[in-house]
Structures are given as structure tokens and as C-alpha cells.
Write a protein that binds this ligand. Structure first.
Ligand code: PEP
Ligand code: MN
Length: 286
């Protein structure tokens, strides 16, 4: 299927940064995460806990998401928490757990880096480096991950426009790293009933403006476990190249974001439903 949704003038009222622009190269960019390709006709699901908490939690959750059809495992070792008194993540011990579960399950891992001083460490464990919403405009960090030869998952800043999002990605490409995935994860609006307002219009917009793959995070996008399946399905329907979702083997006991984490049964059911949505839009779930 033709995944090029970028025909015709975009008329967005701002110049598209040179390297990320759809016109910059003839083909769409395929990002290869330790053998798993994002940006082609298959929709790739990334799933796992918000934070790495323990070997048991990570192993159990990883087994579940793998059995359900996820191809990449997520899990934060360095967590950006609003409160300094909240669980901050296990740090390097968390990276070691991720690495051992990768060896056990074969799932590549994506994990967040928050600080330029941690890039080398995170890079030595991760298959894909995540730059979180709060750091989308941390320009030294963007340059540093741009110097890594590792895929980067760049999450949209919660207050960032599409133009600012593309400019942030351009920082990474400017350092010679073109392996960048853009992630819509909800923006702040006047609405308070959801944690964020998931801007699904960003998906076709970004697909039109850039050659980079675009994925959606309905977990942070809504903050509501019960709403995640509906928005995950909608994301695939509007053309997302993948999803990143929080799943926990016991959401009620999660140290972070349990309220928006799917339990194993909910995840398994969702994956079944997503396959049907994918077929309806001429895609498949990898
Ligand atoms: C995350 O994915 O773990 C996370 C903290 O998300 P965001 O940066 O989108 O808030
Ligand atoms: Mn989270």
C-alpha cells in the first residue's frame, strides 16, 4: 500500500525544516530498531510498563505484551516525575533489568534519557532512545542523541506546535541521525476531563509534512485506562505507523501511571481488535 500521504501543498503557513521535510528524500524513512522496522506498511506496537519496577514486574509484563503481539518493550529507568517525592525510577539497575528481559524475550527495548550526562549510559543499553515530552525542546539533549547512532523516539512536547515538533526533530537529523520516530502523546488544552488532549490530527499532518514515521501514545494522551483502546484504534485508523502503550501486570499496584496502564487481558483484547482496524486501512499489525 502507498503510505505516502504527503501529496499536494500543505499550506501550513510555516517553512518545513529542510532535513525532516517530506520533499527532502524520495522515500519514507524506515526506522530499524534492532531488526523491527517502523514506517512501512506494518503497524508496530510498543508496550510495557511506565516504569521498570522489578524483575518480576518487567518479566511478567514483557511476556504478556510479547504474546499479545507487541514487537518492542517500553519501560522507564529514569523517570521524569512532576513531584520530586514520587518514584524516580531504578536508574542503571532498571537498564540492567531491561537488558536481561531483552535477552530472555528477544524484544528490543526503548527507554527514556533525560539528561545529556546519561546519554552514553542509556545508549549502551537501549535499542531505541526516548526523548520525553518534557525534554522535546532540550536542545543540548537533542544534539547529543543526534550524535548517537541509535534510533530516537521523540515525543511531542505537551505545549509544542507541529512546527516546534518538526524543528526539534531537525536538531537530531542535523547531527547525522536520521533514525527518528515522532510520537504524538497529547497536548495541554483547556480540557480537564482527560490528562491531555490527544491530537490525532497531528498524525495525518505529520505524515504529510515529513518522511519520518509517526506513532501515537494513547496512554499519556488520555491518562485513562478505559479510553486507551478507543484512541489506539482511532490512531491506527488515521494512519499512525505504530503505538506506544503502557501495560502493567498489576496496574493497581504500579508505582507510576497505573491508572492509564492496560492490564494483560485488556491489552490482549485490544491487539485482536487492532488487527481488524489495520486491515480496514490496508495495513497489518507487525
Ligand atoms: C513516558 O512515555 O514514559 C513518558 C514519561 O511520556 P511523556 O514524555 O510523553 O510524558
Ligand atoms: Mn507513564
Amino acid at each position: 500500500m502507498d503510505t505516502n500521504l504527503c501529496n499536494g501543498p500543505a499550506n501550513v503557513g510555516f517553512p518545513i525544516p529542510a532535513k525532516v521535510a517530506r520533499e527532502a528524500k524520495p522515500d519514507l524513512t524506515l526506522v530499524n530498531i534492532a531488526g523491527v522496522e517502523v514506517g512501512g506498511s506494518a503497524v508496530v506496537v510498543i508496550a510495557g510498563p511506565c516504569a521498570v519496577e522489578s524483575l518480576e514486574q518487567l518479566f511478567d509484563t514483557a511476556r504478556t505484551v510479547k504474546a499479545g503481539g507487541a514487537r518492542i518493550l517500553r519501560g522507564g529507568a529514569f523517570k521524569p516525575r512532576s513531584s520530586p517525592y514520587s518514584f524516580q525510577g531504578l536508574g542503571e539497575d532498571g537498564l540492567k533489568l531491561l537488558s536481561s528481559i531483552r535477552a530472555e524475550t528477544g524484544l528490543p527495548i526503548v527507554t527514556e534519557v533525560m539528561d545529556t550526562r546519561q546519554v552514553e549510559l542509556v545508549n549502551s543499553y537501549a535499542d531505541m532512545i526516548q526523548v520525553g515530552s518534557r525534554n522535546m525542546q532540550n536542545y543540548p539533549l537533542l544534539k547529543e542523541v543526534g550524535m548517537c547512532r541509535k534510533p530516537v523516539l521523540l515525543k511531542r512536547g505537551m505545549m509544542a506546535t507541529i512546527q516546534e515538533f518538526l524543528l526539534a526533530a531537525e536538531y537530531i537529523l542535523n547531527q547525522g541521525n536520521e533514525q527518528v520516530i515522532l510520537c504524538e502523546r497529547g497536548i495541554r488544552t483547556f480540557e480537564t476531563s482527560t490528562r491531555n488532549t490527544l491530537d490525532l490530527s497531528a498524525v495525518p499532518m505529520l505524515k504529510r509534512l515529513t518522511h519520518l514515521p509517526v506513532i501515537v501514545d494513547p496512554s499519556h494522551g488520555t491518562g485513562l485506562r478505559w479510553m486507551v483502546p478507543a484512541l489506539a484504534k482511532a490512531a491506527v485508523a488515521v494512519g499512525a505507523d505504530g503505538l506506544i502503550m503502557e501495560v502493567h501486570y498489576r496496574p493497581d499496584e504500579a508505582l507510576c501511571d497505573g491508572h492509564q496502564s492496560l492490564d494483560p487481558d485488556e491489552f490482549t483484547q485490544l491487539m485482536t481488535d487492532l488487527k481488524r482496524i489495520a486491515i480496514a486501512v490496508d495495513r497489518n499489525i507487525l
